[in-house]
Design a protein around this ligand. Structure first.
Ligand code: SRM
Ligand code: SF4
Length: 610
């Protein structure tokens, strides 16, 4: 019997070229390394006996290992057992559970709630004990109909409520309801479809966000697909063994986000990523390239907009990969290991100073000896430019082709809706489906002559949640996962986000898209600070009519005035706090904000006026 190797990457299935890296790890003979934890002495394997690959920790300088060993409990969990071999754990646990040797409750706690995250498996212990969310990697947010049908088949057995598929705010897919015993089949199925869940969560480089209009847009400056694929390979593909999971990035101090923008619209949101690549032509030569912005992030402790690094690189794979690798290497070895709230890139850049950090990056790049050079940032274009719409029907640069943006309310897809989207993609967009950070779908390359037929499809018709021409309010809602599945949530989000948008749509008329984002807690996965109106879970009090006393109720903070695109701006201070979440409190607040800040008028009055 041949053993399936969960880490193996099929050469036939690999989309992108493998980069030979100068500092690729050459496995040394299995050896033990000892380090002092404050709980005692730890000895870890330099080469993981289970995978034959070096561990993530084996790439760290001694000094970083010492800091990690005195670091947070997550740092210790990573030192004690390597995350890049977590695939092996999933297969072993699944086999034992299937064969009745153990139950999920007996899985080692640090694996259950921490290390399995390296395989993209997040135990939803508070909400659905024993069931996991499985997060994938979808570079540039491009999937196909076969993959979409596969997602549906994976979650169907978990029932309508728990077995759903979500499009995330990183243009990515999450499968819900997954049980450990089913995970190997899902992982095998993903790998057979050139996808993976590996290194999609915890201290990993997260999904590569690119331009959802890559290759189909006449305003495009750079096609982001090859860069997202190349960067995905950098972090997810072991350059030595050519297996999934690159141990070089297997022990990072924290999550790391990269976004590659392809046009002046900045659909990728470079301003809220650790590395943002902003397409700008070289002022003298006209060569297309990227200005680099650094350190954008959101968290409970701090929300920061990216800062310019005064770096420009040409838009070629070698330059993009080398720059990212240099920054990642410095981040991996030098960033904070004790206080996780201070371990994001921005803190390290500030510790250096921007100019000094730039110098360190250039020194690192030079040491790789790949002939990559960087220049000072180039001036951005100044001609007026208006950010465009992604929903609806729009002409492509290809003659006779259109892109059709479909609203997926709050990114949530039922099994039936996944299959409907797959069928539409097969019939109209050569099977291709693109995801956006607004949690919606774009069907590319639809023949102009077939657009009418597409719009008449039942899946997009009256009564369907999926719509091509929704109202300006309901069509622009984004929502994080919230209390239904997320243990950190202070409030339920997605169901409120969808129903309140519908009600607002009935009450007022606006003359432009109004982006309402919901997020269940201050981590801001729903990115409320970029929204026109952002709703963040928070405490509130309300009069109890029975007792006549004030009582604590689920509530929210409201943010107003975030901007995206070239003129991005984060709205950092709440416009209003302590608003109860019930409809009789929240809807009047939102109507009032829509009127005072966004020129909304009552629907009835507008009808009379007309
Ligand atoms: Fe997030 C943690 C969901 C995008 C900032 N995020 C979580 C966890 C894993 C918490 C948990 O264990 O339950 C959430 C899983 C809930 C679930 O069951 O889905 C979670 N984050 C999400 C997703 C699914 C929201 C969504 O509905 O779309 C997004 C998945 C993206 C992906 O595909 O990889 C998601 N999270 C974001 C973003 C937006 C972005 O990347 O543009 C942010 C702000 C940007 C950033 O990271 O700087 C974000 N999530 C956080 C943070 C705060 C990070 C920090 O530095 O402190 C946490 C908490 C943490 O990491 O400790 C967090
Ligand atoms: Fe969970 Fe908070 Fe992120 Fe929402 S913002 S998914 S509640 S961690």
């Amino acid at each position: 019997m041949t053993m399936f190797n969960p880490l193996a990457v099929s050469k036939f299935l690999l989309l992108s070229t493998i980069f030979a890296t100068n500092n690729a790890f050459v496995p040394s003979p299995a050896g033990k390394v000892t380090t002092q934890l404050h709980s005692g002495t730890l000895t870890f394997d330099k080469v993981d006996a289970r995978t034959g690959k070096p561990t993530g920790t084996s790439f760290l300088p001694d000094e970083a290992v010492t800091r990690a060993s005195a670091g947070s409990p997550i740092e210790k969990a990573k030192l004690e057992k390597d995350g890049t071999s977590a695939f092996v754990d999933v297969y072993e646990y699944a086999r034992k559970i299937r064969e009745g040797e153990m139950t999920w409750e007996e899985v080692e706690k640090a694996d259950l709630n921490t290390r399995l995250k390296f395989v993209g498996m997040l135990h939803r212990d508070k909400r659905t004990p024993g069931q996991f969310m499985m997060r994938l990697k979808v570079p540039n947010g491009i999937v196909n109909s076969d993959q979409m049908r596969f997602y549906a088949s994976c979650v169907e057995k978990y029932g309508e409520e728990k077995g759903v598929v979500d499009i995330t705010t990183r243009q990515n897919i999450q499968l819900r309801g997954v049980k450990i015993e089913d995970a190997p089949d899902i992982i095998d199925g993903l790998h057979a479809r050139n996808q993976t869940s590996f290194q999609s969560a915890l201290d990993s480089v997260r999904n590569m966000v690119g331009n959802p209009l890559a290759g189909i847009d006449d305003q495009e400056l750079v096609d982001t697909r090859e860069f997202c694929n190349a960067l995905n390979d950098l972090v997810s593909l072991d350059p030595v063994t050519q297996t999934r999971g690159n141990p070089m990035w297997g022990n990072l101090p924290r999550k790391f986000n990269i976004a590659v923008s392809g046009s002046r619209d900045d659909f990728a949101h470079t301003h809220i990523n650790d590395i943002g690549l902003v397409p700008v032509a070289h002022a003298t030569t006209g060569e297309m390239g990227f200005n680099v912005v650094l350190g954008g992030y959101m968290s409970i402790k701090r929300v920061a907009e990216s800062i310019p690094a005064n770096i420009w690189i040409p838009a070629d794979r070698e330059s993009v990969v080398t720059l990212s690798e240099a920054i990642l290497r410095i981040f991996r070895d030098e960033s904070e290991r004790k206080d996780r709230q201070k371990a994001r890139l921005m803190w390290l850049v500030e510790k250096y100073g921007v100019a000094e950090f730039k110098e360190a990056v250039i020194k690192e790049i030079t040491s790789y000896n790949r002939g990559v050079t960087v220049q000072d940032a180039q001036p951005a274009a100044t001609e007026p430019f208006e950010r465009r719409e992604l929903l609806g029907v729009h002409k492509q640069k290809q003659e006779g082709k259109s892109r059709v943006g479909v609203l997926v309310p709050t990114g949530r897809l039922s099994v039936k809706e996944c299959r409907q989207m797959a069928d539409l993609a097969d019939a109209y967009s050569e099977g291709e489906i693109r995801l956006t950070v607004e949690q919606n779908i774009i069907l590319p390359n639809v023949d102009d002559g077939k657009v009418d037929a597409l719009l008449k499809e039942d899946a997009l018709g009256k009564g369907s949640r999926l719509q091509v021409n929704p109202g300006f309010i309901e069509g622009n809602v984004v929502s994080c996962t919230g209390a239904q599945f997320c243990g950190l949530a202070l409030i339920e989000t997605k169901s409120h986000a969808e129903s309140i948008a519908k009600k607002l749509e009935e009450l007022v008329t606006v003359d432009k898209p109004i982006r309402i984002h919901w997020t269940g807690c201050p981590n801001s996965c729903g990115q409320v600070q970029v929204a026109d109106i952002g709703i963040m879970g928070g405490p509130a009090r309300k009069l109890d009519p029975e007792t006549g006393k004030m009582m604590a109720v689920p509530g929210c903070k409201i943010f107003v005035g975030g901007r995206i695109g070239e003129d991005a701006h984060l709205s950092l201070d709440p416009f209003k706090e302590g608003v109860p979440l019930d409809e009789e409190s929240l809807i009047p607040e939102l109507v009032s904000i829509l009127k005072s800040e966004f020129g909304a008028v009552d629907k009835k009055r507008r009808k009379r006026d007309v």
